[in-house]
Every structure is written in C-alpha cells, then in structure tokens.
Design a protein around this ligand. Structure first.
Ligand code: OGA
Ligand code: MN
Length: 293
C-alpha cells in the first residue's frame, strides 16, 4: 500500500497511513516522513505493534539520538536502551509508582506546555513517542503549532520578539509546580542555557516561536516582566486555533518537531491506571543561537 497523509487539524498535524514500522524504513520512506514533518510538524502513525528494538531502529534512521534522558533518580531504570525515555507511571518492576515518589513529582512537569530538551544547549529536533499501554480515560497529549502562532502575531510584536534570547532550565519549569527537590549534581546538570525566542524552521523556511515552560528569563529583562510576556505569548500560542489533542490508542506512534511545536500531557488517574509510553529523541544540529534566524 502506498503511504497516505490525512490532515488532523486545520493548521498542522497529519495521520500517515499505510506504513509498517516493524521493518527498517527505506531511505525513500525516511525522506517522505521528513518532508511530511516539514509541512505538518506532527505525524500520527497508528496501529504499530513494535518493540523497543524496532522503535530504536526506526528512530536511528532519522539522525543522531539524544544519548541520555534528563531525569531524576536515573539509576532506577525500567527500560533497557539508555536512549529511551520512560514516559510512564511505572516502577522498575512494572507496578504503579508510589504517589509520593520524587520521579512522579518531577514527571508531572510534562503537564506544562513545553518543547522537549529546550533546556539542553543543543535542544531536540523530533520526538517519537510510542504507546504500549494507555489508560481508559484521560492521558491525552496536546500539541500546539508555534509557526501558526507566530504568523498570527501583530507585526509590531513580531519585531519586538525577534532579537530576544531566553534562558531555559528544568529548574524553572519544575519551580512552576513548586518542585525544588534537586540535589547538587542535578542543579549543576540543569543549569540554564540560552535559546532564541524566535527561530527559523529550516525545512519550511517559516518562522516559529520557541516557547517552553523551561523558560525562566529573557536576557537583559527584569524577570517578572520577562515571565509576564512569556505567559502571555504561551496563552496566545496554545489557544484552540493552534492546538491538536491526540487521543492515544496502544500502538500509536506520534512524531513531533520540537523546533516548531509545543506539547503537554493531560492528567489521568495515575494512581489507578497504567500508562506506558516510550520516547526516542532526535538531537538538533546546533544550539538555536548558532542557527540561521
Ligand atoms: C514527552 C511528553 C507527554 C505525555 O513524551 O515528551 O511530554 O502525554 N509526553 O506523556
Ligand atoms: Mn515532552
């Protein structure tokens, strides 16, 4: 069957049908997906019964993976591949994680709108998230189109934003939820990094807001003034005109471009139901400040 694309939202996102990710992708398929990503920024591929090795082989065909996820208590690992990010509420032994566990508190940060790894000097390009077990209700993921959000801003606002540089850190996003239980090593690891607020998306040539809950300040601005602006922009950029909500089914793989989208998890009864999703993350080519704007 020839692969086929169907838009899932008026401004971004598409479902790709007619592909089987159990077999390693051909260069033609990789190219086709890259081009679809340049246009749609979020791709949904349903019904993929793949294991960790197959998910890894698929992701590797698109470029360099982020070597290690930024987590707390990384010594307690459930998954065998070091690159794979455990997006679940599960303990190493597969039981549901304790309600007061530090990892649960830390993971709740995914409920805030963000771009993956914007807190790393070189942030993420694509994320590829595969659903193994999904809860009967809740636990959706929402996506927001930062190119459409940029296009909709008045020109004088665009001019004001263009030169701005923000500092991003996991410490800032977790502080928004009142989490500050970082140890010395984590505080050092998660030190803020600078990123442009406005980027050019290379594959489409379009400009994009680079927002994330990891933002903690704008260079040269008083913090309250910076955070008030970031909050306002985030509110604008995550309105219904720019957002798609994905209702997960087991076997779904969703690929998103972190350079031009944000996403957030929606809550579910995580003390009662299991949710097991696994993510691989492609690294971007350079820090945003070193890329053409
Ligand atoms: C992620 C993420 C949201 C979710 O995998 O990067 O933020 O709904 N996931 O689990
Ligand atoms: Mn994420």
């Amino acid at each position: 069957m020839e692969p086929e694309l169907r838009p899932v939202h008026p401004v971004f996102g598409a479902e790709l049908r007619g592909v089987d990710l159990r077999v390693a992708p051909t260069p033609e398929l990789v190219d086709r997906i890259d081009r679809a990503m340049d246009q749609y920024a979020v791709l949904v591929i349903r019904g993929q019964d793949i294991d960790d090795d197959q998910q890894l082989a698929f992701a590797r065909a698109f470029g360099r993976l982020e070597p290690t996820p930024a987590v707390v208590d990384g010594n307690k690992r459930r998954l065998k591949h070091g690159e794979m990010v455990d997006i679940s509420n599960l303990e190493v032994d597969g039981s549901i994680i304790a309600a007061d566990d530090r990892r649960r508190m830390f993971n709740l940060g995914n409920l805030l709108w963000h771009s993956d790894s914007s807190f790393k000097a070189t942030p993420a390009k694509y994320s590829m998230l595969h659903a193994r077990v999904v809860p009967p209700e809740g636990g959706q993921t929402e996506y927001a189109d930062m190119r459409a959000a940029w296009d909709a801003l008045p020109e004088d606002m665009q001019k004001r934003l263009e030169p701005l540089v923000c500092d991003h850190s996991l410490i800032y996003s977790r502080a928004l939820l009142g989490f500050d239980a970082f140890n010395e090593a984590e505080l050092k690891d998660f030190a803020p990094v600078p990123q442009r607020l406005v980027r050019r998306h290379p594959g489409s040539g379009r400009r994009s807001l680079f927002l994330s809950s990891h933002i903690g300040t704008i260079h040269g601005w008083p913090r309250p003034e910076a955070m008030a602006l970031i909050r306002d922009l985030t509110e604008h950029a995550t309105g219904p005109a720019f957002t798609y909500r994905h209702e997960w089914r087991a076997g779904d793989l969703v690929i998103w471009d972190n350079r031009c989208t944000m996403h957030r998890a929606r809550p579910f009864d995580d003390r009662r139901y299991r949710r097991d999703l696994r993510r691989l993350t492609l690294e971007d080519s350079a820090p945003s400040l070193q890329q053409a704007a």
